[in-house]
Design a protein. Structure first.
Length: 452
């Protein structure tokens, strides 16, 4: 099915397909499948006698009060869904989400903060969350709603550090090309709540975390830096990440000194597997990239496409990953039209002063390959399921040979935009920005190639 490069790909005989419109419809179906309301209904049930959280039955007489906390890009939508199920059973709650992602709630307060680099609002939200948890007893239940983005949205500042130092460190990490596992390893060790440490404030209460995964492999300890999960990484691992990407000389001195104290065991490390803090916590993944891909494939079939889901998550450098997807499209020899789907999260080491994000850059790099190989009847889409790609208003981009024609007509030099990491301005001019607005969910990125 995927063989030697065809150079050009023959047009499908199916007149029903409208590739660009179809690609957007398929992408939207993926997002719809991982909406918090739908996911929460599948994992949270309540009646007059009991509450059922992720299959765990809690008779009403078995607990005193129920509190809701959480953070992430989907936190507000998850809170709305929790209120719809639990209603008056909720004693109080507070969740933190990204700016412009708040939704109206009844009992659960919603705070907004910055992402991906934290701000003072995120720090204040953590203070308020800890204050709320100070009311919790061992007879209570804490429902923790976690989704992607919480690592930045829930930001605390350990003693001897400043918010500015944390911001500088996070910003350098994000731009370094480090993977999310590596970034969150450092984040956990510059925090007093990440890496299972939030449990220190729960006073022995039963904690149930419902988690929407935004990381490859869906490891709970990585998602949102695992605030309620045992941490298998150490200060040594965090220091090694910073050394690997040659960031230590660029970091604020206070950050380096803090980590060095951790290396010397002068600062307690994060809770490890078997720690007593973990006796009363249940962590459950309720949404993932895999679920979104399955929904996308189902929608593609409704639109008369054959489908192929790449079985492994996409990681690694953005341009390389884009070239690999184009190569799959170029060498496809089976029945057309086909929708090739993959998910994951690439890493983009940014140079230049351009505007964009990894998904827009992915599509621009793919478009360059389409031009070089003179491919016809191939469309590439890449988008963040959270509706955000870098510091832009777009979720990603969609492009085909029509985009190349528009770029040529406007004398846009694709290679220059690619070199300067300025994909947003390219697609803004040539057409192809994928704009969804906040989706209230986050399960990494969806990439697709339509061959027709």
């Amino acid at each position: 099915m995927f063989g030697k490069n065809n150079s050009t790909i023959q047009q499908s005989n199916n007149p029903a397909i409208i590739p660009r419109s179809d690609a957007i419809t398929i992408f939207n179906a993926a997002i719809a499948a991982v909406q918090p309301g739908r996911l929460m209904q599948q994992h949270l049930v309540a009646n007059g006698e009991a509450v059922v959280i992720a299959g765990h039955v809690l008779p009403r007489a078995a607990f005193s009060k129920l509190y809701v906390i959480g953070a992430g890009k989907a936190a507000a939508a998850m809170a709305v869904a929790a209120e719809a199920v639990l209603g008056s059973l909720i004693t109080g709650g507070l969740v933190t989400t990204k700016y412009a992602h708040a939704l109206p709630t009844q009992k659960i307060q919603v705070r907004e903060a910055a992402h991906p680099v934290p701000d003072e609002s995120g720090v204040q939200a953590v203070r308020e969350t800890i204050q709320l948890l100070s009311k919790v007893t061992a007879q209570d239940v804490v429902l923790c709603l976690i989704s992607g983005g919480a690592s930045a949205l829930w930001c605390d500042v350990p003693a001897s550090l400043t918010l500015e130092a944390i911001q500088t460190t996070f910003d350098l990490l994000i731009k370094s090309g480090a993977g999310i596992h590596e970034i969150n390893t450092v984040r956990k060790h510059l925090s007093g709540i990440k890496g299972g440490q939030l449990l220190r404030y729960c006073n022995g209460a039963r904690v149930f975390s419902l988690i929407i995964s935004d990381v490859p492999g869906d490891a709970p300890e990585v998602i949102a830096s695992g605030p309620t999960v045992a941490d298998t990484t150490t200060f040594h691992d965090a220091y090694a990440v910073l050394d690997k990407y040659r960031l230590l000389p660029q970091l604020p001195a206070a950050v380096v000194q803090y980590l060095q104290k951790g290396l010397l065991n002068e600062i307690a490390d994060t809770p490890k597997p078997g720690d007593v803090l973990l006796q009363h916590v249940v962590n459950t993944i309720v949404g993932s990239n895999h679920l979104a891909l399955q929904a996308a494939a189902a929608q593609a079939r409704l639109l008369h496409y054959h489908t192929h889901i790449v079985p492994h998550l996409v990681t690694g450098e953005t341009t390389t990953a884009a070239a690999e997807l184009v190569q799959m499209a170029a060498t496809y020899t089976g029945i057309k039209p086909i929708c090739i789907l993959q998910g994951g999260e690439t890493t983009l080491q940014v140079t230049g002063n351009g505007k964009g994000g990894r998904n827009q850059h992915f599509v621009l790099a793919a478009l360059q390959q389409i031009a070089v190989q003179q491919l016809k009847n191939v469309l590439i889409l890449s988008g963040g399921t959270d509706g955000t790609d870098g510091p832009t208003n777009a979720a990603g981009a969609v492009a085909d040979t029509g985009t190349l024609q528009q770029a040529a007509a406007k004398k846009l030099r694709l290679q220059q935009y690619l070199h300067e990491h300025d994909a947003w301005h390219f697609f803004d001019a040539a057409g192809g920005l994928l704009v969804t607005g906040p989706t209230q969910t986050n399960v990494m990125d969806i990439m697709m190639a339509l061959v027709y």
